[in-house]
Structures are given as structure tokens and as C-alpha cells.
Design a protein around this ligand. Structure first.
Ligand code: ZN
Length: 168
């Protein structure tokens, strides 16, 4: 397993629509393992493939941050099919280090998800997991969480980000 480099806000690969995953391969198993490893190393709850520069509809989530293997979720060509309620809380992104902002998300979401064997499942998430589903699926559509804010607030965030984050 290997920790991959996470691309950050401003990189055009974060803005692209991703392509559906086709037939499952051992290379994709390796990629998923690397993505879990990278999320863990960066202390993130989830990571989407575009964040390591790969525009595939693939994301990993682990709300236990490596503590509980049963909480590992692999999203493949996922789609939110239903949402319910509202939660308001802080959100951050490994591609926008140093920034956490309060954002409204649904309290519960239902996701249609493909499994590696090609069959489909419906999974649900509440609270943090619902937030993670929304956040990671947004990445696959080329959307970052800061884009939910208006231009003025976004500019404030951008200044804060530039102050905190110095590209090497
Ligand atoms: Zn993110």
C-alpha cells in the first residue's frame, strides 16, 4: 500500500466530471487500498479518486478513521437517490487544508452504489456518514464544498486558505 499525493484547491482535476468505473480489476483493489491509506495518513474521513488526480467515480469513506474495519465503505459509480432532514455542522476537505466551515447537509441519504462484483446495493448514511456521502459524491461531479457559499464568503475562505496553505 502507498500513500498518494492529494491534489489541492485550484487543481483542474478537482473540477472535472469523473468517468464511471468499468470492470473491476486487481489494479482497482490496489487503488482502493491506497486511497484508504491516504485518507488515514491525512486524518480524513473520506477520499475521492479525483483528489489523487484520478477522474474515476470511486471514493472511500471510513468514519472510524482506521479504528473499525467494518466501517470501511467503497463507493463505486454512486448516486444519491433520496435524502431526508437537515444537519448543520462543520465540514473540511483534504484538498483544502486548514479550512473548516459550517455547511448545511441532509441528515440522512440513500445511495445507490455498485459493488466490485458488478451488482448494485442501496446504502444509507446518517449524520457524519450522510455528510461524507454528499461530500465525496460532490467530488465525483467536480464540486468542492466551498462552492456552496456565495462569492463574498468564498473569497474570505480563499484568503484564509492562502494564508494557511503554502504550496511547496
Ligand atoms: Zn473533499
Amino acid at each position: 500500500m502507498a500513500v498518494r499525493e492529494v491534489v489541492t484547491w485550484g487543481d483542474p482535476r478537482l473540477k472535472k466530471d469523473s468517468e464511471d468505473v468499468g470492470a473491476w480489476t486487481p489494479e482497482l483493489d490496489q487503488l482502493v487500498a491506497d486511497m484508504f491509506e491516504t485518507a488515514l495518513a491525512e486524518e480524513g474521513v473520506g477520499l475521492a479518486a479525483p483528489q489523487i488526480g484520478i477522474n474515476l467515480n470511486l471514493a472511500v469513506i471510513d468514519c472510524s478513521c482506521g479504528e473499525d474495519p467494518s466501517q470501511k465503505i467503497v463507493l463505486i459509480n454512486p448516486e444519491i437517490v433520496r435524502e431526508e432532514g437537515v444537519q448543520v455542522g462543520p465540514e473540511g476537505c483534504l484538498s483544502i487544508p486548514g479550512i473548516r466551515e459550517v455547511l448545511e447537509r441532509p441528515m440522512k441519504v440513500w445511495v445507490k452504489n455498485r459493488k466490485p462484483d458488478g451488482s448494485w446495493e442501496e446504502i444509507t448514511g446518517e449524520e457524519l456518514l450522510a455528510r461524507a456521502f454528499c461530500h465525496e459524491i460532490d467530488h465525483l461531479r467536480g464540486r468542492l464544498f466551498v462552492e456552496y457559499f456565495g462569492p463574498v464568503k468564498r473569497q474570505v475562505i480563499q484568503r484564509k486558505y492562502q494564508k494557511h496553505y503554502q504550496p511547496a
